[in-house]
Design a protein around this ligand. Structure first.
Ligand code: DGL
Length: 260
């Protein structure tokens, strides 16, 4: 494994591109391979066994690509599969949920709200990770099954504003110090959320995550030393055209999207 080996990114679909976009601002020279598992989208309502199976298949693919690290950009996969796959690969694994929760639990705060998919909320992984090193933190997790559909405009008839407000009102009753937007898509709802609550209440895990990955790669001497712009390759398990179309919300893709 050498420093100019690529870094793998994966998500159930385009949402992980929001994480990639933050990462690119900090690390423009890294070579990236992005995998969107559109065939199995959404992950949010699948069983743990299914999520582990999907995640292993993608990590096996990355192993063949000789990656130096893999970023699990998907919160649901971090919640349901990370513990089962973490010791099976020789490259470094960066799960978004555990990384974000670790950083947030070190802040001087008492109450943390989490908006996430049904799978992530049911697993209670955010609660476990947030209270691991600080048992005084109180956590309230709320599942928002419609929010991915709202961002991707999958159900144009859905009254998105009232759905978002309903969940936010429920969360605000808990009086949180911070609210983690614990799904890759949710940061794209920030303009609606901030109509009803202050911007600094919300945490986009991608912001914390990109900083953490950069410093960890640095610490492990894994940063790409090349000064030229990093190359990017995109793979999907289904619907390359849909991926390219939806990706526009999150990231500008200049490469071909490969179906595998
Ligand atoms: N990317 C997933 C996450 O961060 C949400 C989308 C899905 O349900 O597949 O949890």
């Amino acid at each position: 494994m050498i420093n100019n080996s690529p870094i793998g990114f994966f998500d159930s679909g385009v949402g992980g591109l929001s994480v990639l976009s933050k990462f690119r601002e900090l690390l423009p020279n890294e070579n990236i391979i992005y995998y969107g598992d559109l065939k199995n989208l959404p992950y949010g309502n699948k069983s743990q066994a299914q999520i582990i199976g999907f995640s292993k298949k993608i990590l096996d693919f990355f192993e063949k690509q000789n990656v130096k690290a893999v970023v699990i950009a998907c919160n649901t996969s971090s919640a349901l599969a990370y513990e089962s796959v973490r010791d099976h690969y020789r490259f470094k694994l960066y799960p978004v949920l555990q990384t974000c929760a670790g950083v947030v639990s070190s802040l001087p705060i008492q109450k943390v709200g989490v908006f996430a998919t049904e799978g992530t909320v049911k697993s209670e992984a955010y609660t476990r990770e947030l209270t691991k090193n600080n048992s005084t933190i109180k956590v309230k997790e709320i599942a928002c099954p419609n929010w991915v559909k709202i961002v991707e405009n999958l159900e144009p008839g859905l009254d998105s504003e009232s759905d978002i407000k309903l969940k936010l009102d429920e969360m605000l009753e808990f009086n949180p110090d911070k609210i983690i937007l614990g799904c890759t898509h949710y940061p794209f709802l920030i303009s609606t959320l901030t109509k009803y609550a202050p911007h600094n209440l919300f945490i986009n895990p991608a912001d914390i995550f990109a900083e953490y990955i950069k410093s960890d790669l640095e610490k492990n001497n894994l940063l790409n030393s090349s000064s030229s712009a990093g190359k990017e390759k995109f793979y999907v398990s289904a619907n390359p055209e849909a991926f390219k179309a939806h990706a526009k919300i999150f990231y500008s893709i200049n490469e071909e999207v490969n179906l595998i």
